[in-house]
Design a protein. Structure first.
Length: 212
């Protein structure tokens, strides 16, 4: 009986996101870009998914958003990148907005959710996370944003976590191993990839927390 009550108490604590990751709030982010070099290549899309614990103590995706970004002046965009992400940077229906406007709104959203969660700061969760963080930090620097809500160098990388949990670091293979649906035709959309990454991150955390 004592062990049962202890387990219930531990489950109740898991509901508090602010207690699970040392006061940090995981923010799942995926970017689509004009290349692989964050100092010179355009940031084109940012997808974000927030997570929290439900009443059963399970970490789940809760809300999401996506931003279409106009390439900054003088930025590089490669044909190879566009062939993968299928983005038409100048298409009017993209409704792309200036990078400074997007980054300001994006960081304000993170701060708002972070405050609601009672967390001290936010940490980017991504698949090969330092790629995404590099582009986010470069965009913030270009926009003159000095204070980012995201930790400047620490990430939670689902490529590493998936390699440990499932033996696969490639997102599609990790999702298959985790029995998470994946549509290759929707891949390389910032929001879709962020949603898949968030589901994978949540499953790994929940599986670990359920272990004795």
């Amino acid at each position: 009986m004592v062990m049962v009550e202890k387990h219930k108490a531990q489950a109740a604590e898991k509901i508090k996101l602010s207690r699970r990751f040392e006061g940090n709030m995981p923010v799942v982010i995926d970017v689509e870009t004009g290349g692989v070099h964050h100092p010179t290549d355009a940031l084109l899309e940012v997808g974000v998914v927030f997570v929290d614990f439900d009443d059963a103590g399970q970490l789940i995706p809760t809300s999401s958003d996506c931003y279409h970004v106009a390439p900054f002046e003088g930025s590089n965009i490669t044909e190879e990148a566009l062939a993968i992400n299928k983005i038409e940077p100048d298409h009017p229906f993209r409704m792309a907005r200036p990078e400074s406007e997007v980054m300001t709104e994006f960081f304000e959203l993170i701060r708002k959710v972070q405050q609601q969660a009672g967390c001290q700061r936010s940490i980017l969760v991504g698949h090969n996370a330092h790629f995404d963080l590099g582009f986010i930090r470069a965009a913030a620097d270009r926009c003159g944003i000095k204070q980012s809500p995201l930790h400047s160098f620490t990430c939670y990388d689902t490529a590493t976590l998936a390699a440990l949990a499932y033996g696969h670091s490639v997102l599609a293979k990790a999702l298959k191993a985790a029995k998470i649906p994946f549509n290759k035709h929707e891949a390389h959309s910032a929001l879709y990839d962020a949603q898949c990454t968030a589901t994978l991150f949540c499953k790994i955390v929940n599986t670990w927390d359920a272990m004795p």
